[in-house]
Design a protein around this ligand. Structure first.
Ligand SMILES: [Zn+2]
Length: 85
């Protein structure tokens, strides 16, 4: 059985920047992460991951950045920003 993996990201439309919070999540874990994070953050979104990412932390994961940039329909491309929370 194949599990869909998700990553959780936040997009700041004002600055056209995005932050990555979590990756390699099951759909349930992604829902839970969004519920938890949305208490203090806006602009969260969940993106499908076609494959498991090998990097340990989502913060340092270049596969996450590629996936977010591929999924975004924003021009110019959003910039990656390290998270502050
Ligand atoms: Zn990743």
């Amino acid at each position: 059985m194949q599990h869909t993996l998700k990553l959780v990201s936040q997009y700041d439309a004002g600055n056209n920047e995005y932050t990555i919070f979590r990756h390699n999540l099951s759909p349930e874990e992604a829902d839970e992460a969004v519920r938890e994070l949305s208490a203090k953050l806006f602009g969260l979104f969940v993106i499908d991951q076609p494959a498991k990412h090998s990097a340990g932390g989502a913060e340092l994961c270049s596969a996450c950045r590629r996936q977010v940039e591929r999924s975004s329909h924003v021009q110019p491309k959003p910039k990656f920003k390290r998270r502050q929370v």
